[in-house]
Write a protein that binds this ligand. Structure first.
Ligand code: ADP
Ligand code: ASP
Ligand code: MG
Length: 419
C-alpha cells in the first residue's frame, strides 16, 4: 500500500469540529487508496498553558517533569482523532510516543530521534487498520522517560515518520496555505511560494519562521522526504500549498527569498572580561551546560583598555531567547563566583528582536547587506548586532521596530513580485 503522512497543527485540531474537518481529509486520502500515518499536535493554546503551569510551579524546573506535563496535550488529540475516524468508519488506532516506541535521546525539552521501529505499526496496518494516529512532539528516552522535541516538534515527528515508513509525501496541514516570503501576519504583501529550497527553508525556520520546525527541514533534506505545507482550513481554493524541495527543482530564484523574525530576543553584554585564550570557552561552556541557546556573539575591544589597565580586557556581547535570561544570568554568576571568569557588569537588554533576510542568491550577489542596512536606516531603525552567513544576514534591533523592519525589508527586496 502507498503511504502518506498527514500532520495537523494546533489550530487544525483546535476543537472537535476542527478535528472532524481534519479527519475528513484523512478519510479522503484513505478513499484514494493510501494507508495514512496522522501526526497530531495539541489543541492550539494547550501547550502554552501547560508550559505556563510548569513555569508557575517551578521557574527553574526539572526538565523531565516539564516533558511529563507538556507532552500530555498531544495524547488527548491523538485519542480524539482516532475516535473521530472510527465514527467515520475508518479503522484507526492512536499511539503515544512510548507505545510505538519513538526512541529519542534524553535531552529533555530538546530530544532527538534515535529510532522509530516500524514493527508495531506495520502489524496494525497488516490487520486492516487504515490509519495510525501518532501523538506528535514526544518520544521516550533509553531511561524510559517521556521526552519532548522542542516547540513545534510535531513537524519533526511527521518528517521522521515519513522517512521511517518511506511515505510518498509528508503533508503539513496548518492555518496558512503555504510558505510565504514572510509571515503573512506581518504584511499583507507577503507572497505564497510554490516551491522553496531545503536550504532556504532551513535558514528561515532557524531564524524564527515557525511554519516548520528547523529540525523537520533538516530531516526532510537528509532523507529526501517530499515535504509540503498546506492549509487545513481552505477547502475551496488551490490546495497545492508549498513544496520544500531541492534547489535544482526551482526555476525562479531571487537574491533574497524571504524575511524571518524572532520576536523575543535578549542581548547580554559582559563588560570588561579578561582578554586571554580560553575566555570564550569559560563563558559559553557554562551557558551551554545550563541549556542557554546562544545565538549571535560579538567580542569587542573594551574601552577600558585605554584607561590604564594592566591586562587587556574585552566586552563580550551575545543574544539568546528572552525566556532563557534567568538561566543565563545564573550560569554566569555561578562561573564568576567559582572564579573561572570575571567581569565588571552584566548588562541585559530584554527588548530586542532579530530580523533576517535569507536567499541562496546571496552566494553570488554582492550588495545585499548594504541594501538591507540602507532600508533599515531609512526607517530610522538602529542596529544593535549583525551576523551573517553564506545565505543570510541577521540584525538585532529594538523589538518595537520589528514589524516595521520586516515590512521595510520585504519592500526593499521586492518580495511581493514574483521572479
Ligand atoms: P501549527 O500550529 O499548524 O504548527 P504554527 O503556528 O506553528 O502552526 O505555524 C504556522 C504559522 O507560521 C502561520 O500562522 C504564520 O503566522 C507563521 N509563519 C511565520 N513565517 C511564515 C512564513 N514565511 N510563511 C508562512 N507562515 C509563516
Ligand atoms: N504542541 C507543541 C507546541 O505547541 C508541538 C507542536 O505543535 O508541534 O510546540
Ligand atoms: Mg507549528
Amino acid at each position: 500500500m502507498p503511504l502518506l503522512v498527514m500532520k495537523f497543527g494546533g489550530t487544525s485540531v483546535a476543537d472537535l469540529d476542527r478535528i472532524r474537518n481534519a479527519a475528513q481529509k484523512v478519510k479522503a486520502e484513505v478513499a484514494r487508496g493510501y494507508d495514512v500515518i496522522v501526526i497530531v499536535s495539541a489543541m492550539s493554546g494547550k501547550t502554552n498553558q501547560l508550559v505556563g503551569w510548569v513555569n508557575e510551579t517551578s521557574p527553574l524546573y526539572d526538565a523531565r517533569e516539564y516533558d511529563a506535563v507538556v507532552s500530555s496535550g498531544e495524547n488527548v488529540t491523538a485519542g480524539l482523532m482516532a475516535l473521530t475516524l472510527q465514527e467515520m468508519d475508518v479503522p484507526a488506532r492512536s499511539w503515544q510516543g512510548w507505545q510505538v516506541p519513538i526512541q529519542t535521546t534524553s535531552q529533555h525539552g530538546a530530544a532527538r530521534f534515535v529510532d522509530i521501529p516500524r514493527a508495531n505499526l506495520d502489524a496494525k496496518f497488516a490487520e486492516g487498520f487504515k490509519v495510525a494516529v501518532i501523538a506528535g512532539f514526544q518520544g521516550v528516552s533509553a531511561e524510559g522517560r517521556i521526552t519532548t522535541l522542542g516547540r513545534g516538534g510535531s513537524d519533526t515527528t511527521a518528517v521522521a515518520f515519513a522517512a521511517a515508513f518511506d511515505a510518498e509525501r509528508c503533508d503539513i496541514y496548518t492555518d496558512v496555505d503555504g510558505i510565504y516570503t514572510t509571515d503573512p501576519r506581518i504584511t499583507s504583501k507577503a507572497r505564497k511560494l510554490d516551491k522553496i529550497s531545503f536550504e532556504e527553508m532551513l535558514e528561515l525556520a532557524s531564524l524564527g519562521a515557525k511554519v516548520l520546525q528547523t529540525r523537520s527541514v533538516e530531516l526532510a533534506m537528509r532523507y529526501k522526504v517530499r515535504l509540503r505545507v498546506l492549509s487545513s482550513f481552505d477547502d475551496t481554493n488551490d490546495q497545492s500549498g508549498t513544496l520544500v524541495c531541492d534547489e535544482d527543482e526551482i526555476m525562479e530564484s531571487k537574491v533574497v527569498s524571504g524575511v524571518a523574525y524572532s520576536r523575543e530576543e535578549a542581548k547580554l553584554t559582559l563588560v570588561t572580561v579578561e582578554d586571554r585564550p580560553g575566555i570564550a570557552a569559560a563563558i559559553f561552556g557554562p551557558l551551554s551546560e545550563a541549556g542557554v541557546n546562544v545565538d549571535m556573539i560579538v567580542q569587542n575591544i573594551s574601552e577600558q583598555n585605554y584607561k590604564g589597565r594592566e591586562k587587556p580586557v574585552t566586552d563580550m556581547t551575545f543574544s539568546c531567547p528572552v525566556e532563557q535570561v534567568a538561566r543565563a544570568r545564573k550560569a554566569l554568576e555561578t562561573a564568576r563566583d567559582a572564579g573561572s571568569i570575571s567581569y565588571d557588569a552584566l548588562e541585559i537588554d530584554e527588548d530586542a528582536a532579530k530580523v533576517s533576510v535569507v536567499g541562496i542568491g546571496m552566494r553570488s550577489h554582492a550588495g545585499v547587506a548594504a541594501r538591507m542596512f540602507r532600508a533599515l536606516a531609512e526607517e530610522g531603525v538602529n542596529i544593535k548586532v549583525i551576523a551573517t552567513s553564506e545565505i543570510k544576514i541577521s540584525v538585532l534591533i529594538d523589538r518595537k521596530y520589528m514589524e516595521l523592519a520586516v515590512q521595510a525589508l520585504h519592500d526593499a527586496f521586492e518580495l511581493d513580485k514574483a521572479g
